[in-house]
Design a protein around this ligand. Structure first.
Ligand code: PLP
Length: 357
């Protein structure tokens, strides 16, 4: 198969796809495909329960947190977070580190007062604003930030110490390394990067934050409703949940998030090191904020972009085009992207410079 550098939906482990293929028509001797089964059947409930437990194990989720499997992508969380958590003071703090932060801020502004505590706009979002420069409100119901901006490739190298609850959009870094869940009030992540296929969203929320939604909150957007119903208030995306569960099992087999962190750091270090020494490719991000997951880079001449992508495609190095709003290239190096993919990419980049540089 080709190497897939897509930012999302992203590469899935080959072993997971093969296992799903084997089980697709007859799920574990049941005579049905999992897709055809009631979400209330014993088989599906067992699958769902195991997936949740495996995720809890992988992330060492404390017992006083609910783990929810929802729909609507991370984008729905941009609304769900303020609807559920900003009902006390009607005030929320947001850090603006790029395009996903901006979307979250815009959506939250519909439901509460938003204070942007810091913005990386002045340096075109190439670094995370220093914590000392933040102007945090005294009465915010929570502080929201985006630990990794998938488009800009900018990553936090610290967890802020604030009085209020931290809420994070962990879509592009979840499961890429160990994380102390107890530092956060709420974590959310769209699945289609490090978890599984698109169509499911993981929310990890401390239980005392449930049950405080604004009165007009739609039932389907109330975390408590989903928590009370084990994420089965309505028909959940059972197949995406199942595939996510297979990815969790695969991750455990690989040695869990500690092993992933080692590999992910090595992959990113190798690519940045090559880019920095190449004299042809450039990554604009401050060194301590460079993302392990998404590596944007430009070529010395934009005019060569088309040829680069075309030739990469011929070598089965796919989805390297940068986000449409920023151009250039982006190599996403999520858990399922092996070191061999990075080696093959660097070899191609070297060869491209020799011929076209
Ligand atoms: N937040 C981040 C950091 C993302 O990378 C993405 C998608 O790429 C989103 C939010 C939006 O996710 P979804 O498409 O699941 O709504």
């Amino acid at each position: 198969r080709a190497f897939n550098f897509c930012a999302g939906p992203a590469a899935l482990p080959q072993a997971v796809l093969e296992r799903a293929q084997q089980e697709l028509v007859d799920f574990r001797g049941s005579g049905l495909s999992l897709m055809e089964m009631s979400h209330r059947s014993d088989e599906v409930v067992a699958m769902a329960t195991k997936a949740e437990q495996d995720l809890r194990d992988l992330m060492s989720v404390p017992d006083n947190y609910k783990v929810l499997f929802l729909q609507g992508g991370a984008s729905t969380q941009f609304a769900m977070v303020p609807l559920n958590l900003a009902s006390i003071h009607g005030q929320a703090d947001y850090v603006n580190t790029g395009q996903w932060s901006i979307k979250a801020i815009k959506e939250a502004g519909k439901y509460c007062n938003v204070n942007v505590v810091a913005t990386g706009e002045d340096n075109r979002f190439t670094s995370v604003p220093a914590f000392e420069s933040w102007s945090v409100s005294g009465n915010a119901d929570y502080l929201h930030y985006t630990p990794n901006e998938t488009i800009g490739g900018v990553e936090f190298d610290f967890i802020p110490e604030v009085e209020t609850d931290l809420v994070v959009d962990l879509s592009s870094t979840i499961l890429s390394r160990p994380l102390d869940v107890s530092r956060f009030g709420l974590i959310y992540a769209g699945a289609q990067k490090n978890i599984g296929p698109a169509g499911i969203t993981v929310v990890i929320v401390r239980e005392d934050l449930l049950g405080k939604a604004m009165p007009a909150t739609p039932t389907m957007l109330d975390y408590k409703v989903h928590g009370d119903n084990d994420s089965m208030y309505n028909t959940p995306p059972t197949f995406a949940w199942y595939l996510s569960g297979l990815v969790f099992e695969w991750l455990k087999e690989q040695g869990g998030v500690a092993a992933m962190a080692k590999l992910n750091k090595a992959k990113a270090d190798k690519l940045y090191q090559y880019i920095d020494g190449s004299g042809f490719y450039t990554n604009p991000v401050a060194v301590n904020n460079r993302s392990w997951m998404n590596v944007p880079f430009t070529l010395a001449e934009d005019a060569l972009d088309k040829a680069f992508l075309q030739e990469a495609g011929q070598r089965q190095l796919l989805n390297l085009k940068g986000h449409r709003t920023v151009g250039g290239m982006r190599a996403s190096l999520y858990n399922a992207v092996p070191m061999e993919a990075v080696d093959a990419l660097i070899e191609f980049m070297q060869d491209f410079v020799k011929r076209r540089g």
